[in-house]
Design a protein around this ligand. Structure first.
Ligand code: SF4
Length: 378
């Protein structure tokens, strides 16, 4: 087995032989192929194949962004519904918080010093925070930081705002766009399969709604990201079916920028307790597998992103040889995964991002939120 372009990849697992042939021929992989890739223990073949596909698309460039997370509130009406979540709480819970606009603007001020190019804004579904609060937040941020891209609100938050305002999700998206939102993050997708959704997030936005809101955003010229939450009760079939639904929507709209598999963290949440999984995060093997298989199935996506906060900077660095071309960003202050027991840093310095990429033998490229190169390193 070799990683070089043009050298034949020879799998140890015979089940992967037809998949290698398809990838070499540039053919689209099927549901069965995806399941076989998840089942195999031949991780290095998955990695070599995914690396080959990634190199065809991105060469040896690896992207990162100087970004900053802003989480306006952790108060969430679904805090009893999403049993995998350690972030959303009731308004009276210890540690519940809701930022005033001035507090949010003050936290964003750090952007000036550290050269932030993107605000990533997500939070809980607060019953009393109306659409106007978010529109004022976006407008205020744009006024103060006109060159910084605003990536804001998951499909779940958009559906919630539409419900409390008596508006359609399309109307909410239009208002968000007018107020300065440039793209949507990919959260809230979890696992589309109805049986899994019933178990981990019953009554949360259905898969069809999540996909519809992203379709609406793409039609308005708002690109978005997409995710899969893996490592809990889902089967390999659930994972692949989920990914193929994302591929289908991408065929239709071309509006997804990147795919980000998200590793489930079992601490301080109901699901972790139910499964007896507290203290046991996903394994490095499964983290790399999810990234590589994502790269192989999503042939119509330009980019695959590793979320170093969830899988550690070390696994993210290794994943650069498993089909990944994007190591997320500097983040500055992460709260959501850390509430679920993540032991990673809450942010990474810019120079550390560059070092991680370089030491993997790749070429760091600081990008903007739309993958336009801003600064290239040797
Ligand atoms: S996952 Fe999101 S919607 Fe669900 S409880 Fe957590 S913050 Fe609320």
């Amino acid at each position: 087995m070799a990683m070089d372009q043009g050298v034949r990849i020879r799998p140890r697992d015979p089940a992967l032989v037809p998949i290698v042939e398809k990838v070499e021929a540039g053919e689209r992989l099927s549901l069965g192929d995806g399941v076989a890739l998840f089942r195999t223990r031949d991780l290095l073949t998955v990695g070599a194949l995914a690396d080959r596909v990634n190199r065809r698309k991105n060469g040896d460039r690896v992207f990162f962004v100087a970004n900053q997370h802003l989480n306006p509130t952790n108060v969430c009406v679904l805090n009893k519904v999403c049993v995998f979540c350690s972030y959303g709480v009731s308004p009276t819970a210890p540690g519940a918080y809701t930022m005033s606009l001035d507090e949010a603007f003050a936290e964003a001020e750090e952007a000036r010093e550290i050269g932030t190019r993107e605000f990533h804004i997500v939070g809980g579904l607060h019953q009393k925070l109306r659409l106007q609060y978010y529109l004022d937040l976006f407008r205020g941020l744009k006024e103060r930081h006109p060159t910084v891209h605003i990536k804001a609100l998951t499909a779940v938050e958009i559906a919630h705002l539409a419900r409390i305002e008596g508006m359609t999700t399309l109307q909410v998206l239009q208002e968000m766009k007018q107020a300065g939102v440039d793209s949507l993050p990919g959260g809230g997708a979890e696992v589309f399969g109805p049986a899994v959704r019933r178990e981990i997030a019953e009554k949360k936005l259905a898969a069809e709604e999540w996909l519809r809101i992203h379709r609406e955003a793409h039609c308005l010229g708002i690109p978005s990201n997409c995710t899969l939450l893996y490592g809990h009760v889902e089967t390999y079939e659930d994972r692949v079916e989920h990914i193929l639904r994302l591929r289908e929507l991408q065929d239709e709209t071309g509006g997804f920028l990147t795919y980000i598999p998200l590793a489930y963290h079992p601490d301080h949440n109901e699901l972790g307790r139910r499964l007896g999984r507290e203290g046991t995060a996903t394994t490095g093997f499964d983290d790399l597998k999810n990234l590589g298989v994502g790269r192989l199935l999503l042939d119509n996506f330009g980019h695959i992103k590793t979320h170093w906060i969830m899988v550690t900077p070390k696994i993210s660095q290794v994943s650069l040889h498993f089909g990944v071309d994007d190591v997320e960003g500097t983040v500055v202050l992460e709260k959501i995964t850390h509430a679920a027991g993540a032991r990673t840093p809450v942010g990474l310095p810019y120079d550390e991002m560059v070092r991680l990429i370089r030491e993997a033998g790749k070429r760091p490229v600081e990008r903007d939120a739309l993958y336009r190169p801003m600064r290239e390193f040797d």
